[in-house]
Write a protein that binds this ligand. Sequence first.
Ligand SMILES: Cc1cc2nc3c(=O)[nH]c(=O)nc-3n(C[C@H](O)[C@H](O)[C@H](O)COP(=O)(O)O)c2cc1C
Length: 210
Amino acid sequence: MIKIAAVFGSPRRKGNTSTLLNHAIAGASDAGAQITKIVLRDLKMSPCLEIYGCKKAGRCVIKDDYGDIEELFQRIDGLMLASPIFFYTVSAHTKILMDRCNSLWVKKYWIDKRPFGRKNYPRKGLFISVGSTNGKRLFDGALLSVKYFMDALDMELWKPLLFRGIETEGQIADAPGSLEAAYDAGKALVQTLADGYRPDGDQPLPDDLQ
Ligand SMILES: Cc1cc2nc3c(=O)[nH]c(=O)nc-3n(C[C@H](O)[C@H](O)[C@H](O)COP(=O)(O)O)c2cc1C
């Protein structure tokens, strides 16, 4: 069975990204995946303290809720990460998780000595985001962060699902086709993982982020 972690990165429990992620979870679940939900705002998680205990231990040495996530992230086939855009990048909750996953980066590149620049990742990630403005470069910062965060997890940023001009809680439901797109993306992620990789051209990364 395909195992997926679904990370809720917004402080708003019923916010726009949470709504989208719930639809993606429904799609993934209908495709037969086993889903573990992680609501970051409910966890006790320190930011990375840059003490590099992970270099010796092969895992993060800070004792808090990240321990279970670190263990889970080594077992999943795919990830669905949902974060609003806050100041042109991901939310603080999401960024704390990303930085803590540097323990997985250290394990991958320093301990296991895996070569840089891999292209065919075995694992795939869906990134869901919304922002209130409409600028062309609204998602550039977050996409770069997410791409390299997923690389630490030995995972490809398979598909970004992005919506502009969405601000108030619940507003995403008024964006035509958005909830269906999230459901379809969740389902397609699981099907892609089950079938082996099939490129998805719906929302390609901007050229300078490839
Ligand atoms: C602290 C903070 C920073 C934000 N920064 C941006 C921003 O840089 N660009 C933007 O378009 N929207 C920004 N927004 C608006 C949110 O991205 C928008 O309201 C979004 O719909 C929230 O998603 P959520 O309901 O999933 O939390 C910001 C909101 C907050 C609270």
